[in-house]
Ligand binder design. Structure first.
Ligand code: AMP
Length: 498
């Protein structure tokens, strides 16, 4: 039996607390998760969904969303989490590509999806709405659907700089192996209390942030979103916290100190580079050392600084047990220690390929099964890896990924725009901020306000450029490729004013 939910269930003590409020008071037990997820599994089955069908979910973070996720797993359905910032237009691609049987949305968004040619049900943060109500009336037991190890549990949409977002197919085995590896590597026990403030539409909050507590059977303080003041208040009741680097800089701005962190055994950072300065400031303020790890949608976690032993700032640590990492040059030759190149990874955590995209899948793997991450890295003499850049020019702003091509396509469609290039410029709070360089058509005078006006309904807030620059032409190499490094260098001074 390779169903991830069954692996969780084997570790549940049904009487123990699953969810706590910010002061450690119990909100729900593991027994309630078992019953409520069974109700959701029954509701989905009654709607006619069969194992292997997709369920797309774009809802605010809530306990019901957690029950729904577990309900999908136990019914053998494929869960498809969607960023809550995506608008109806952006959603269309995911729905056309993944052809889910059901889309679950927040009530406030229901009208936006009225025209979707699939079943749409609502569910809100406070446990009301169509699907929750349906589940409420269903029996509270449901068997766990047997799954083969390579059966798909979740499809996570990710994107390169070219083309449309691709659905990464993550199997039950991928998720089980990564959860088991991390639970053991980071010493999780039933006595832990996880402070969960990450979104659950992304691998960080959904897989790392939830699977490790569920596998160890510990309690979770489940906050609807990251709020530095609320997180600081809850930290004294927790033992483990996970965040993107921005969370740590915000907690530092809140004045977090050693007293707040007395009961904490582990602070984990990932999804974007943690500045060595933040690592040092955090240690100076709290007396604790952040453990930085590295992963991605397609692979789950690949490397991590150790629980015991040196955690080196600016590195993401050595490969996790069972994961192999190589740094190769453009000719695919393995590079020695100290040389920067393309990072490849192989292991039971690596995904099954891109949904209905055999061509991209084939391109993304080496002949001997390594996944080409698209990240640039260097390995030091102790085997610690540093991620030194992203070969695909992905922008990470506040821990969220922004793919320049997607924004460039929107900008290029505006009247009077000849072409555009979107780059990330350093930002003290967000890590990077999205900036656009626009080339107007000859003799057209474009105003910044006009551009902002055109894009505001077409792009989620976090993807909207914070600054727009105008140029007569974009710098290109002899192969015709836009030289984004040059643009970043040219405009980096302007970044200080963002
Ligand atoms: P995602 O698929 O959204 O999880 O994004 C994965 C990308 O985030 C990776 O390919 C890296 O470029 C980046 N990333 C994740 N963790 C780290 C880290 N600790 N340091 C630097 N980059 C990271």
């Amino acid at each position: 039996m390779s169903n991830l939910y069954q692996v969780f269930l084997d570790h549940f003590d049904l009487s123990r607390p699953l969810l706590l409020d910010a002061t450690g008071q119990m909100l729900a037990t593991y027994g309630e998760l078992e019953q409520r997820s069974a109700q959701f599994a029954n509701a989905l089955t009654h709607l006619g969904l069969k194992p292997g069908d997709r369920v797309a979910v774009q809802t605010a973070k809530s306990i019901e969303a957690l029950y729904l996720y577990c309900g999908c797993l136990r019914a053998g359905l494929i869960y498809l989490p969607l960023n809550t910032a995506y608008g109806a237009q952006e959603l269309s691609h995911f729905l056309e590509d993944a052809t889910p049987s059901l889309l679950v949305v927040d009530p406030a968004c229901a009208d936006d999806h009225a025209a979707q040619p699939i079943l749409v049900l609502t569910m809100d943060r406070f446990g009301a709405g169509g699907l929750t109500d349906l589940a409420q009336d269903c029996p509270s037991s449901h068997s766990v659907e047997p799954r083969a190890p390579d059966d798909i549990a979740v499809i996570v949409y990710t994107s390169g700089t070219t083309g449309l977002p691709k659905g990464a197919m993550i199997s039950h085995r991928n998720l089980i192996s990564n959860a088991q590896t991390l639970t053991s590597a980071w010493g999780w026990t039933q006595a832990d209390v996880m402070l969960h403030t990450l979104p659950i539409f992304h691998v960080h909050g959904l897989f790392v942030g939830l699977h490790l507590p569920l596998l160890s059977g510990c309690a979770i303080i489940f906050q609807p979103a990251f709020d530095a003041a609320a997180a600081r208040k809850a930290i004294p009741y927790a033992t483990v916290f996970m965040g993107v680097p921005t969370y740590y800089t915000r907690l530092l701005s809140q004045g977090i100190d050693q007293n707040d962190c007395e009961g904490m055994r582990l602070f984990i950072s990932g999804s974007a580079p943690l500045l060595a300065q933040t690592f040092k400031d955090w240690h100076a303020s709290t007396g604790t050392v952040i453990l930085e790890r590295y992963g991605m949608s397609e692979t789950g976690m690949n490397t991590a600084n150790p629980l015991t032993g040196a955690r080196k700032p600016g590195t993401v640590g050595p490969p996790l047990p069972g994961v192999e990492c190589l740094v190769v040059n453009e000719a695919d030759e393995v590079l020695p220690v100290g040389e920067t190149g393309n990072l490849w990874v192989r292991g039971p955590n690596v995904f099954q390929g891109y949904w209905q995209n055999a061509e991209k899948t084939a391109e993304s793997f080496s002949p001997d099964g390594y996944f080409k991450t698209g990240d640039l890295a260097v390995i030091d003499e102790d085997g610690y890896i540093s991620i030194v850049g992203r070969s695909k020019d992905l922008i990470i702003t506040g821990g969220l990924n922004v793919y320049p091509k997607e924004i460039e396509l929107v900008l290029d469609a505006i009247d009077g725009v000849l072409e555009s290039a979107v780059i990330g410029l350093p930002h003290p709070d967000f890590g990077e901020s999205v900036c656009a360089v626009i080339v107007p058509l000859p003799e057209v005078d474009l105003a910044t306000e006009f551009i902002f006006d055109q894009i505001k309904t077409r792009l989620a807030n976090f993807k909207t450029p914070k600054k727009i620059f105008f140029l007569q032409s974009l710098p290109r190499n002899t192969m015709g490729k836009v030289q984004k490094n040059q643009l970043r260098a040219q405009f980096s001074d302007a970044a200080h004013n963002l």
